[in-house]
Design a protein around this ligand. Structure first.
Ligand code: FES
Length: 99
């Protein structure tokens, strides 16, 4: 993504290599997690950021954006997080290899 992609919303969704990723702009940098909620089939990128957490738009479960930890009912399974680096105006995510 480009940093300008966050102009309207601090969380956006992207598809890469067959995987759905949520990208976040927080006050201390950019972060990435899986986009699919572990509770059901909602996309976290359609949710809202609340105090460093992403609030799922379906049932309002919370995940810590920096660690992926499930932090509020009804979610109990963590989400994956991915390393992010800023290269000029680009936000790049390092995804693990399939398998
Ligand atoms: Fe995310 Fe239910 S689908 S909390």
């Amino acid at each position: 993504a480009d940093i300008g992609d966050f102009a309207e919303k601090p969380v956006i969704g992207r598809e890469c290599d067959g995987r759905w990723i949520a990208l976040y702009r927080l006050e201390d940098g950019y972060f990435a997690t899986q986009n699919l909620c572990t509770h059901a089939a909602a996309l976290l990128s359609n949710g809202e950021i609340v105090d460093g957490h992403i609030e799922c738009p379906a049932h309002y479960g919370l995940f810590d954006i920096r660690t992926g930890k499930a932090a509020g009912a009804p979610v109990s399974c963590d989400i994956d997080t991915y390393p992010v680096r800023l290269v000029g105006e680009r936000v790049e995510v390092e995804l693990p290899a399939w398998g």
